[in-house]
Write a protein that binds this ligand. Sequence first.
Ligand SMILES: [Ca+2]
Ligand SMILES: [Ca+2]
Ligand SMILES: [Ca+2]
Ligand SMILES: [Ca+2]
Length: 460
Amino acid sequence: MSRKVVSGITLTLLSIMLNIASTGWFGTTHAMTQLDQHVIVNTGADGLYPSVYENLILFPTGESRCHIDLNNDGDMDDSIIRYYDISTQTLTNTAIEGSHPAIYGNIAVFTFRPYGPIKYYDLSTQTTTPVGAIGNRATIHGDIIAFEDTSNRIRYYDVSTGALENTFAIGIHPSVYGSTIAFCTPERWIGVDLNGDGDLDDEGVRFYDITTHRLTDLRVTGGGVSTYGDVISFETSESSAGIDLNGDDDQNDIVIRYYEVSTGTLVNTGICGRALSLYGNLLAFYHYNRIYYYYISTGRLVDTGVMGSYPSAYRNTIAFYTSEKDEGEDLNGDGDREDFIIRYLKLPVVPATVDISPDTLNTWSLFGKFITAYIELPEGYNANDIDISTVKLNGEVQAELHPTKIGDYDNDGTPDLMVKFYRANVVRSILRTGDDEITIRGMVFGKSFEGSDTIRVIGI
Ligand SMILES: [Ca+2]
Ligand SMILES: [Ca+2]
Ligand SMILES: [Ca+2]
Ligand SMILES: [Ca+2]
């Protein structure tokens, strides 16, 4: 397998944005504060529709656009998956054909041509595995790959077991988080008036739970679903729903709404946008080829002022592509303004104080099921507002949702959040003997926090 690594791509810190959000077609806007400072980074790589996980941005590149035969088959006709590593600033060519990629951990999924075989690619072993089905729009979270098959049924594949399952639910464009697969269903395909407006002309949002095998219909008009934690976010066409959702006295807009599964609450943000990407409380999208982000927990909207489309959010990174023509700049330095270039935003990180217990981890010890972390946030933030579903150790081990506790572990008057991680998973993530720095990251009110503690590791 050919594997080309281009190093030394120059990072261009284009600017540090400190804009004031403009008013216009939004119901409410907020002035940006110091905490909304974000950095825009240009990878200089030609590409479209990126997907980001930790430091990796995965995207397809059209050979004809970058004028390189990326898979070395003698033509310039292919769409090839490449990825950019934010930490090393290197670009890797997988030489694998595919479009609409999604990444989680080391696993990348993509469609080999629309309604072609669904495959996944392991970035660590550089091997491709077909899941055994033909389909479209594969996406991944954890071990679950969800996609639509040729008969528009939502199916899923478990990477850890190799099991391929069929929900038999009709739908398109699935989004998966945990055991929830959310998707959109055209009413006519199932002969059901999902939004109850008396016709079969709309698309409705539904979700399937792979643990209970239950299919739930939200009874709302919408599509372009992105789900994370307890929230299913989606776009609603006002004309299809027959409502003016953003209060501008017309029914011409595409407006963002979201549904909280546990409470059954439907929320209208009143904000126009498309191509939603939800991570924790952070919702990225674009409107008129411009990138915005919105904090679901606070209702705060940030207009980045940056031209771009199809954002992908992970923690404090929002990756997207920019048309050079829209931006009016030659972003890859090839002398024209005809390309589509992968860029990303880095949002600010709230510094957290982290204390991990035990201080010494004996990897051979069978004592204790959990590793405990106490997380303290600086003034202005409340540890109680931490979104536990986003808390991870070393970027890989997910915190348990229960038990958690708000207390004052170090008796300094600042409340801290206690979270626990399965010890076996932590041991797997730590490979070094000696003093090891453990990083805890997560989201609080849509903002990313990060803190580290050093523990002693013995017994490897
Ligand atoms: Ca080729
Ligand atoms: Ca209808
Ligand atoms: Ca409207
Ligand atoms: Ca160019």
